[in-house]
Structures are given as C-alpha cells and as structure tokens.
Ligand binder design. Structure first.
Ligand SMILES: Cc1ncc(COP(=O)(O)O)c(C=O)c1O
Length: 357
C-alpha cells in the first residue's frame, strides 16, 4: 500500500481505494485454505458487487458464487458467472418471475426456511427443470432458518414431495465465535437426515470472522465468505486479520481543523455508513492510528486527535480510513479505484450496487 500513496494525489475525495495486491493475496489465501480442507469455496459477492472480482474468485477455483439479492445475481449471470447460490427467501410474483428467468440462464440454487416460500417456488417451477433448494437452518445466528434438525428434515421432505423442486442440502449463516455450536447443530442434523433416509449433497456454512476455523464444522461441504476479499476494521478488532490485510480504504480530505484536537474529513455516514458493528468509533485512520472518529454526520467525519502525539493532519491533507464494515461501503459508491504499483490500474463501476430487490 505504501507505494500507492503516489496515486492518492490524483484521486478526488471521498473515494474508495482498493489495493489490488491485497485483494489477490486475500483471494488466494481463502482458496488455498478451502482446497487444503476439501471445502468448496463459494464467495459471497455482496462485499464487492463487482463482476470482475467474482470472475477472479471463480478462476481461482471457487465452485460458484453466493448472492443475497436477485438483482446482484442478474448482474453476475449477465457477466458470465454460471453457478449461483441465492441465500434469501424469495417471495412474491415479481421476484419469482425473475427467479425463473435467472434459473434458465445459470445453475441456480436457492434456500427456503418455511412453507410459504416453498409454495411460491413450487408454483413457479412446477413445469420446468427442477430448482435446487437448500433448507436454511438457524444454527445459533438468530436470523432466518428452521429452528431444529427435525424441522429441517420436515421441510426437506416437503421439498422432495413437490414437482419442480429438488432438495439439495442445508445452508446456515453461522453466529460469530461459536463454531462448536454450529458444528454440533449441523452434525445433529446430518444424523437426523440419515435416520430419515435423505442425503444432503451440500452443507453450506459461511462468514469471515471464523473463516480459518471453517474446517472444524466437520459436516460442511462448502464455505461462503464475503468480507475476506477486502477485510475491515471489525475483522482486525476481532483478530481475524491485520491492517495490512485490509484492501479497502475510503480516501478522504481534511477540510477543517477547528481546534488543536479536532479534524473534520469530507465524508460521513454517506461514505462510511454508520455501522458500528459493536465497536466504538467509525473507522481507523491509517496515517493517525491513535486518532478516533467519534461522530459522523452525512457528509462530515469528526476526528478526535487528542490521543495523537507528534504531527497532526493539516487542512488539505488526504487520509485513508479503513471502514468498520467494508460491505456496506461498497454499496455507497458508484465506482471504486483499483490501485497497484503506485497508480490507479483500473476504475471499476460497482455494477451491483443499490440492487436491493
Ligand atoms: C447468507 C450469508 N452467507 C455468507 C455471508 C458472508 O459473511 P462474511 O461477510 O462475514 O464473509 C453473509 C454475510 O452477510 C450472509 O448473509
């Protein structure tokens, strides 16, 4: 990153800068880990929303990609991605019609955790090639998902009983820091499925916080990591990675120094999001690691310099902020700057940004 400083003077702010060497290293490390542990890699593209990076992930060996929204999947499939897991309950005629069109253009797998979703899928896919469906399980994360292994079996049986749908396995978005709970939940589920005479071709877990312990979920066949491509402050604070593994910075200019201990930057919640992720402060300033960002308004970040010894930033200086949560930042900018060897190698249009449906 240090030589990329040469490029910063040419970039207007606030702007997202991506260190492409760090991206390459992060992608290669995850793929190598999955290969070594016989896990299929299925990166979640909600972090970058860039077809170019999705293709890079597949070229490195990912089995396919994960998308959260149909709009994201449509962009990725239009760019030539062939295998997509959509980890979201799809509801309503408008979305189901788009899902059917999508399924005709790629190898598509979806999830369901309730009968209402299944009924919609069944009505839509009754007359075509079968759609692959995973049962979403709540292994402790407390979001979507059936609550017990027996509920998972019951929903799987319902899927198998429907013309046009194929039960293909289980999916969970695991709680952070509770790998044993996830392992035990999915292990119990595996036994329940054996007892019921059903096989799970895929058992899909995910997440970056516990990425290097993914192999401990012994029944999992694949891992969906998203944030690992960029990493962020939350993952450094949580000890998953270090600052040098963070690929995404928001470059900002100091626009005011109202007091000896205060600086103001030219980006606020519309550049960094207001996601605290359980931490204090709104990001890490690489040039002033002792500084904190206690307050954001929409277009201003207020920096507290009182813990900084030595030089302090001047009006007009540019600084790099590692955001708390990289994925939401990707959704806030139309384009991002890919940097390598001290220059802007490529400006990427964030093609899947803002696609909430
Ligand atoms: C269903 C699902 N899978 C995988 C991921 C990837 O998690 P992470 O960004 O921690 O890698 C997410 C993140 O929100 C998710 O919702």
């Amino acid at each position: 990153m240090s030589q990329n400083k040469d490029a910063f003077s040419t970039i207007d702010t606030p702007a997202v800068c991506i260190d492409l060497d760090v991206v390459d290293a992060n992608l290669a490390k995850f793929q190598a880990y999955c290969d070594a542990n016989r896990l299929a890699a299925r990166p979640h593209i909600k972090t970058h929303k860039l077809p170019a990076f999705a293709h890079k992930q597949v070229q490195l060996g990912a089995k396919g990609i994960t998308c959260q929204k149909i709009g994201e999947a449509e962009v990725m499939v239009a760019s030539g991605i062939e295998d997509v897991l959509l980890t979201y309950n799809i509801i309503g005629q408008a979305k189901l019609a788009r899902l059917k069109a999508l399924a005709a253009r790629c190898q598509l797998t979806v999830v369901a955790d309730n009968q209402f979703v299944l009924d919609g899928l069944a009505a839509t896919f009754a007359d075509g090639p079968p759609l692959r469906v995973l049962v979403e399980c709540d292994s402790g994360g407390g979001r979507c998902g059936v609550q017990t292994p027996d509920d998972a079996v019951a929903l799987a049986q319902a899927i198998d009983g429907v013309q046009g749908l194929t039960f293909s396995g289980l999916m969970t978005y695991p709680p952070k820091g509770r790998i044993e709970t996830v392992r035990d939940w999915l292990g119990e589920a595996t036994h329940a499925f054996q007892r019921a005479g059903l096989s799970c071709e895929v058992i899909s877990s995910g997440g970056t916080p516990d990425i290097w312990r993914a192999h401990e979920v012994s029944s999992a066949t694949e891992h969906r990591a998203g944030t690992y491509i960029y990493n962020d402050r939350s993952l450094v604070v949580g000890s998953t990675c270090d600052w040098q593994d963070c690929a995404l910075d928001v470059l900002m200019t100091v626009i005011s120094r109202p007091t000896e201990t205060r600086a103001v930057l030219d980006g606020g919640s519309k550049a960094l999001s207001s996601d605290l992720y359980g931490m204090q402060g709104h990001g890490h300033i690489r040039e002033y690691p002792a500084a904190s960002i206690p307050m954001l308004s929409e277009e201003h970040a207020v920096v507290d310099l009182s813990a900084c010894t030595g030089a302090k930033p001047a009006v007009g200086d540019k600084v790099r902020v590692v955001p708390n949560h990289a994925c939401v930042v990707s959704n806030l900018f139309n384009s991002v700057h890919g940097l390598r060897d001290g220059r802007v190698e490529r400006v990427f249009t964030v093609e899947a940004r803002g696609l909430m449906q």
